[in-house]
Design a protein around this ligand. Structure first.
Ligand code: FE2
Ligand code: FE2
Length: 181
């Protein structure tokens, strides 16, 4: 995506929202990197929750849309889904083991590399496809649904595993977008 394309997006546009979340994820990884002890564990929890909502939202709203509506996009989407699946697996293991575990440092390094590369791939290959093939209203509806999911997760501290967070994200988005399950 070009700088100009990004600047022109409305605040509630799904692509603008996802780009902001990518920025937040980068900052949250930095926060984990520079924190220690209990603060590091907290910073990781925040990052993990954000990642779970973000990736579930993309799996629900962005990837299917690109795959269904845009010719030849199947390969791009399949590659992104594979990356997300890997990241989810690692994230789940890390949450189970906790930030005190001896493998945490190397795991967080790997997660960071993988997730940030994945986000770059989306920004370069997928988001432009969405911008070219959707109208503003459609993108705003997607953005609104994702925002509702973020809010639902932020206010439900009982959801602790990535899977539970992802399931709830999907439910809220489907509900908002009138898809049902
Ligand atoms: Fe993603
Ligand atoms: Fe993403």
């Amino acid at each position: 995506m070009t700088e100009k394309q990004m600047e022109q997006l409305r605040e509630d546009d799904v692509v603008a929202l996802l780009l902001r979340q990518h920025g937040l994820v980068r900052e949250m990884f930095d926060e984990v990197d520079k924190s220690k002890g209990a603060r590091r564990a907290e910073a990781f929890q925040r990052l993990a929750r954000m990642l779970a909502v973000h990736e579930a939202a993309e799996e629900e709203v962005v990837h299917p849309y690109v795959e269904e509506n845009i010719k030849g996009a199947k390969k791009v989407v399949q590659a992104r889904l594979r990356e997300e699946k890997e990241a989810k697996k690692l994230l789940t293991q890390m949450m189970e083991r906790g930030a005190d575990d001896k493998s945490f440092d190397s795991d967080i390094e790997k997660l960071k590399t993988d997730v940030l590369e994945h986000a770059m791939n989306e920004e370069h290959e997928e988001f432009p496809i969405i911008l070219e093939n959707t109208g503003e209203d459609q993108r705003r509806a997607m953005g609104t649904a994702i925002k509702a999911a973020v809010h639902a997760i932020a206010t439900d501290k009982d959801l602790t595993s990535p899977q539970a967070i992802m399931d709830r994200t999907r439910d809220v988005i489907n509900d908002k977008m009138g898809k049902g399950r």
